[in-house]
Design a protein. Structure first.
Length: 61
């Protein structure tokens, strides 16, 4: 597999989705701590997908 600009761009998008999910979860927790019940699993899943993609393509951090 070759690292192309598209691969890096896809990794960047997945990272932004994971970071955005974490930020949105923390914002909603200010209103009610019950949002952690839905936010933590979603954020964990997106972060896992991002880390797995980077590891699969051999991208550095």
């Amino acid at each position: 597999m070759r690292r192309t600009e598209l691969t890096k761009q896809t990794a960047r998008k997945k990272g932004m989705a994971a970071a955005g999910s974490a930020a949105l979860t923390m914002l909603f927790v200010l209103f009610s701590p019950y949002f952690l019940l839905a936010g933590i699993p979603a954020t964990t899943w997106l972060t896992y997908r991002w880390l797995r993609y980077r590891a699969e393509w051999g991208l550095r951090f």
